[in-house]
Design a protein around this ligand. Structure first.
Ligand code: ATP
Ligand code: MG
Length: 323
């Protein structure tokens, strides 16, 4: 996507552009896609002015209507980041996709964090080795980012571990509000720091801990929805993937089959482009199943957690047979 300067949008002078930039609205794409009310609140610019410049931004990008052919072309620019497991990549249609939000859901110990840690190393590789040639933002809500583990994975994949750690920008988030604050800064931070992958592990942990009781549910869902949509806009504005993790909760009324369902309800379900459900398989393996995707078939595969992060279960291994 071409990058037009904010100052080239009709009605945006240097003072307005600087207010927009300091609120994280760094490109015309972000200006065009952010809800005007949110821009007005964050920048202090009058609502009517915001409406005018947002309209001008959309006009300058000619994005009010595009043909399906143009959308197809835009999607040709989509990149894929390998997970280091060929089978999981295949399940995902070639890897973790840019311009999309991919969600890994599962119980404790199913490998969500291990996938995120592996991706934070692989994303730094050149495209011919399955990477995105870029740096990584890792938002850690649970304090489970272990640098020694990234060191080990980088070593096992033949990368300089110190350099690899130096390319991961870590944000330990302390509450859902702090998480939102950091998400707001990504449109500025990502292009300035060659960030090509954003990870939020976990997306919903803080929300679950802070909003207790049914009466807070709609407020929680609204706040979660707003963060997810800001992440989605980021994927499109900078052609990068966002990976989020999510937990499960038991449904006490379900007596047959897997009683676990993803937390976050419809808000998570609608905002995430591809949803991957993880569970434990035999002999320490993990099973990944696509549960919702606009273009991937509902399918499953198996992987294992090793010193390389995650990788394929060996062919011929009896574990592969019961997938
Ligand atoms: N170096 C390693 N080699 C093999 N297995 C490992 C290694 N490091 C961690 N594991 C395994 O990874 C699993 C933990 O996975 P992970 O931390 O990704 O879970 P999670 O899905 O993020 O769980 P939670 O919901 O608690 O965050 C454990 O079973 C652990 O034994
Ligand atoms: Mg985890």
């Amino acid at each position: 996507m071409e990058n037009v300067e904010l100052e080239n949008v009709e009605g945006v002078g240097s003072a307005t552009a600087s207010k927009l930039r300091s609120a994280g609205i760094t490109t015309v794409q972000v200006l065009a896609a952010t809800p005007p009310r949110e821009i007005a609140e964050k920048t202090g610019i009058g609502f009517n002015t915001v409406l005018n410049i947002a309209t001008a931004a959309r006009k300058s990008l000619s994005i009010d209507f595009i043909t399906a052919e143009e959308l197809w072309k835009r999607r040709q620019g989509m990149l894929k980041c390998s997970t280091n497991s060929k089978n999981l990549d295949k399940l995902l249609g070639g890897g973790i996709e840019t311009q999309a939000l991919t969600e890994f859901i599962g119980e404790f110990g199913t490998g969500k964090t291990q996938i995120c840690l592996t991706l934070s190393v692989v994303a730094q590789l050149p495209p011919e080795k399955g990477g995105l040639n870029g740096n990584v933002v890792y938002m850690d809500t649970e304090g489970t980012f272990i640098p020694e583990r990234v060191f080990e994975i980088a070593n096992a994949l033949g990368l300089d571990p110190h350099k690899t750690l130096g390319n991961v920008f870590l944000a330990r988030t302390y509450n859902s509000n702090h998480q939102g604050f950091l998400i707001d800064h990504l449109p500025k931070f990502c292009p300035e720091n060659n960030v090509k992958l954003v990870i939020v592990d976990s997306m919903i942990g803080h929300f679950r801990g802070e909003y207790l009781g049914r009466e807070t549910l709609s407020e929680r869902q609204q706040a979660l929805n707003s963060q997810l949509h800001r992440l989605l806009r980021l994927t499109e504005a900078f052609n990068l993937p966002v990976v989020v993790t999510n937990q499960v909760q038991a449904n006490p009324t379900q007596f047959f089959g897997d009683p676990n369902k993803p937390t976050g309800g419809n808000v998570m379900a609608h905002a995430c482009t591809h949803r991957v459900y993880l569970r434990k398989g035999g002999k320490g393996t993990r099973i990944a199943t696509i549960i919702d995707s606009p273009c991937l078939p509902e399918n499953k595969t198996r992987f294992k957690i090793t010193e390389k992060g995650i990788e394929d279960v060996q062919e011929g291994n009896e574990d592969t047979q019961e997938v």
